[in-house]
Design a protein around this ligand. Structure first.
Ligand code: ATP
Length: 257
């Protein structure tokens, strides 16, 4: 994997919120077909880093390359057009709309009847039905049901199915299993692995180093806006990575000296 060029390359990134230095000289590569765990304590800079990748924040210094091309404009719409999707626990679906409508949110297929464009409900229904079955929703859930009646895990499945169907290249999962039952958590984690096996880059943000160690190819640890570790899960155990987090990078400095 490391010989191919990275799908996303972050080089010497700094980001200030006013005088607060939120990202400090962060460099990290992310490859297609890789599941990378992004971990670190509260306020470490994980969300800020992925917000740069999603075009929400413009870095103060440093570069981001997407598929080898320097990103010159940071805007959420551009990131979506490049195929970067973020899956968050509490956002991304409208409760009072059907699963079919949610599936196409902002990308509704249209058909023309006597020259007048209408939403193509038939296509929305058939495509979303296919996907919700493939992604393991209960048989008694229909594409016409409102999202409100779905469990947390099913909601995540709809978002993940949408990311696959719309041919995203990068899926960023921000604490995707918070508040889920054990079985739902397993299901969402299996879907994350499926995404990477289909060649997508999956960046998985979590506080749970033990959970992500089982899934990820690599774990990147952040602390106080800095990247303090970037290790393959083959080279370090979950316990060793937890110790790095506990010591806040002091262990890595010691090992390097
Ligand atoms: N828009 C903002 N304006 C000012 N400060 C911000 C802003 N966004 C984040 N910060 C600060 O930047 C630091 C890093 O925050 P960030 O949300 O990236 O951390 P995190 O690692 O995702 O933490 P958590 O796990 O708690 O979500 C925090 O101190 C936070 O208060």
């Amino acid at each position: 994997m490391s010989d191919a060029h990275p799908l996303i390359q972050v080089k010497n990134l700094d980001l200030y919120f006013g005088s607060f230095h939120a990202l400090k000289d962060v460099s990290v590569d992310f490859h297609a077909g890789e599941l990378v765990g992004l971990v670190g304590d509260n306020g470490a800079g994980k969300t800020t880093l992925i917000r740069v990748l999603c075009g929400i924040h413009k870095p103060s210094k440093g570069e981001v390359y997407f598929d080898g091309e320097l990103v010159t404009e940071f805007h959420p719409k551009l990131a979506i057009d490049q195929g970067i999707e973020t899956i968050q626990q509490s956002v991304g679906l409208c409760d009072n709309l059907s699963i079919a409508r949610n599936f196409y949110l902002g990308r509704e297929p249209m058909k023309k009847i006597v020259g007048i464009p209408f939403l193509d409900f038939k296509q929305m229904r058939s495509m979303s039905t296919k996907v919700i079955r493939a992604f393991g929703l209960r048989d008694n859930v229909s594409a016409d049901d409102e999202v409100e009646r779905l469990s947390g895990g099913e909601r995540q499945s709809v978002k993940i199915g949408r990311a696959v169907e719309f041919k995203n290249r990068v899926v960023i999962m921000d604490e995707p299993t918070n508040h889920l039952s054990v079985r739902e958590r397993e299901h969402v984690n299996e879907l994350a692995v499926q995404l990477k096996e289909q060649g997508l880059l999956v960046i998985y943000i979590t506080h749970d180093i033990f959970q992500v160690h089982k899934l990820a190819d690599r774990v990147v640890i952040m602390e106080n806006g800095e990247k303090i570790e970037d290790a393959s899960t083959d080279s370090m155990t979950a316990e060793q990575l937890e110790e790095v987090i506990r010591q806040g990078g002091r262990l890595v400095e010691k090992m390097g000296s």
